[in-house]
Write a protein that binds this ligand. Structure first.
Ligand code: ZN
Length: 483
């Protein structure tokens, strides 16, 4: 926690382009610095702001909860971040399960990509080009240059303001909530995604893209597709185009720059295709349409495209609770491609959802042996352990997950169940509180902490933790109420 005055100071300094401390800056083209006294937004302050921003998004948008999709987007993001001009910066990539075409960069390196945009891409490099562009907005500090604060801001208001800027104010729910926060805070702000920022993000992003061995030509190609598609939208122009206007000169500049790179082929990873198939099923509003889509692909295309379509058909069957159909499809895929983790995972998932818990347990166990680094499988393994009454083992598996996976709200939800099954009510309420807090529901989090404090057999250590969390949550609520 840091004081309101600190964030106000940080914010006023953020009016001047600033760079995070303890970051390699030799490769960065330094913007005009307004202040050289070192009083920049510290890493810790930016981290807190980023977490607040991410929490705020959970209460406004449908953030992906599927660990396999999360692993995929973070992997692409990490590959790009490593080759960006601030490789040590802690980026967090995530998918927003919304059909609008959008991608955005928030404070603290939180970069979101909408499922609608992922489905609109036709090559993995196109997705990477959008992400590289957003990474550049972060490394070039564009977000902070767009904020003008007239008075002190609380962190929740700042987070809401930055969300409005990052996402654009046209987004229906987001616009309302953010505008209310901004009016209440008497803050003037402007959407300052200027042409200069866009060009800079394209230029820096393309260096990152090419340095990460993605196709530089995919950037202008995707911009062209965006521009063409925008003609069909009329007034409902995609959000991404509002915040990132694609002009003819921007496309030709990007095209010209891309052409300076030697031409070569950049094949998509199968993970890209399979992730898209999964997203298509998870975000579908018309199952028959999705089924038709995969059916068409089954009858045409390369053998790889047909395999992906089979996987899609299996996921549709699973979503429709046609377990024997799903089982048959995934059995066949897993047998033919035993080294492709997604097929085995889908087969285990089928057993889990069909409530064949022992079979599911067995399949997950084998998969973990074969793919020891796949976090998504461990998360589902924990789920099947819980279903078979093995809460102790589930607890061990959950606590050993990596921090990025533990960021998914499903983690604290499962942990709350684990402690519930172990008859440790206080711990169960505690993790449920964390679950509510991480999804932007602070009053519910406070209630859960109070329930935890009333539980029997409270150790002094746990009581101290609960008191600390209670005052933290209560302060957050006060801050949010103050605006
Ligand atoms: Zn942009």
């Amino acid at each position: 926690m840091f004081k309101r005055s600190a964030i106000a100071l940080a914010l006023s300094l953020a009016l001047f382009p600033a760079l995070p401390q303890a970051v390699e800056i030799d490769k960065i083209e330094l913007p005009e610095m307004g202040d050289s006294s070192g009083s920049l937004l510290t890493i810790a302050e930016e981290k807190e702001l980023g977490e607040e921003f991410f929490r705020y998004l959970h209460s406004e948008l449908s953030i992906n909860q599927d660990a396999e999709i999360q692993e995929y987007i973070q992997t692409i993001g990490n590959r790009l971040a490593t080759n960006s001009d601030t490789p040590g910066y802690p980026f967090h990539f995530f998918v927003v399960m919304e059909n609008d075409i959008n991608a955005f960069a928030g404070p603290g390196g939180y970069i979101g990509v909408n499922s609608g945009l992922i489905l609109m891409t036709e090559a993995e490099s196109e997705l990477a080009s959008v992400m590289a562009h957003e990474i550049a907005h972060v490394t070039q500090r564009h977000l902070y240059r767009g904020v003008e604060a007239q008075q002190r801001l609380s962190i929740p208001t700042m987070a809401a303001t930055l969300a409005a800027i990052a996402l654009g104010t046209q987004s229906p729910q987001m616009g309302q909530a953010a505008l209310m926060a901004i009016q209440a805070g008497n803050v003037q702000f402007q959407i300052d995604f200027t042409r200069a920022h866009e060009e800079e993000a394209d230029r820096v992003g393309m260096q990152t893209l090419s340095g990460s061995d993605y196709d530089p030509r995919s950037m202008p190609t995707f911009f062209e597709r965006l521009q063409q598609s925008s003609r069909y939208y009329g007034k409902d122009i995609p959000e991404f185009l509002r915040t990132h206007p694609v002009t003819a000169s921007r496309i030709s500049d990007t095209r010209g720059r891309a052409e300076t790179y030697p031409y070569k082929q950049y094949p998509d990873s199968l993970a890209y295709q399979l992730t898209r198939a999964k997203i298509r099923v998870l975000t579908d509003t018309n199952t028959t349409e999705v089924q038709k889509y995969f059916q068409t692909k089954l009858n045409q295309g390369t053998s790889e495209q047909r395999t992906v379509a089979q996987y899609g058909m299996g996921l549709v069957a699973l979503a429709m609770q046609k377990y024997s159909d799903a089982e048959a499809i995934f059995q066949s895929l897993a047998k033919t491609y035993p080294n492709q983790v997604q097929y085995g995972a889908a087969l285990a998932r089928t057993a889990l959802e069909a409530r064949n818990y022992d079979v599911a347990l067995d399949r997950y166990k084998k998969l973990i042996g074969q793919f020891p680094n796949k976090e998504a499988i461990k998360l589902e393994y924990a789920e099947s352990l819980l279903k078979t009454g093995n809460a102790n083992q589930a607890q061990k598996v959950l606590l050993a997950l990596n921090p990025d996976t533990q960021r998914l709200p499903v983690y604290t939800e499962l942990l709350a169940q684990v402690y519930g099954n172990l008859h440790q009510a206080a711990e169960s309420h505690r993790y449920l509180a964390e679950h509510y807090y991480s999804t932007g529901h602070t009053p519910e989090a406070i209630l859960q902490i109070r329930l935890a404090k009333n539980s029997k057999g409270l150790t002094p250590q746990l009581n101290a933790i609960l008191n600390e969390r209670l005052s933290f949550f209560v302060n957050k609520e006060k801050e949010a109420a103050k605006q």
